[in-house]
Design a protein around this ligand. Sequence first.
Ligand SMILES: [Zn+2]
Length: 257
Amino acid sequence: MTRPATPLLNDARARASRLRRALAQALYPPVCLGCRRLLRASGPHDHGRTEREVPLCSRCAPELAELPPEARVVDGVEAVFAHDGPLRRAITALKFNGQLELAGPLARLLARADCVQGAPPWDVLVPVPLHPWRATWRGFNQAAVLATTLAGFLHERAYARVDAGGPRDAPRTPVALPGALRRTRATRPQTALRRSGRHLNVLGAIVARRPDALAGRRVLVIDDVTTTGATMRACRAAASQAGASRTGGLALLRALS
Ligand SMILES: [Zn+2]
């Protein structure tokens, strides 16, 4: 591509991205993540219009559970909100009622994390794996849906910056690798265990399925909820064992126990 064509290309990208947004708006009108009530397109109670705002109705918004600053990053794992209130309800609806339409807005909230700002310092986003039985029973892995949607959103955001007159070359953004890790055995849900049993429960239960895809890469492990961080630790250990050059973790919610 020659230089004079770039403004045209950027213009085409900007139009395509506006069209995508308009289509998404028509197909998936903004709803409250806490109660699924339709949010008005404009007006004082529309909380979903900007990236910094959480799409919540005026009834659910006051219940939004922020994390205290000291609980945001723990042991290399960042979380965005506390596991409570409307976002806890949204994750439950995604996981147990299969409301996949919530994945987009929830991944958008993940994109607020400090560890994925600017040119995110990660090559791959790897979801915490579910045991195949549980994945079959549920039909999907919510962490994989979040990781894939987040990767698409980070890519889109990088190009939106180019459209807005930023640096001509968009930064490279991480790609999602949903099948990079796998569980070797079914583990009991971490929430059913005491804190001390959680580490042993997942120890050795997670391995790299594709070590070649992780070797030499900067790996960010993605999950919907983190509690003690034991599962994240097991995933990061498996990535390191496969040769990852750096590992980190990002979860939407942190359960404060
Ligand atoms: Zn609501």
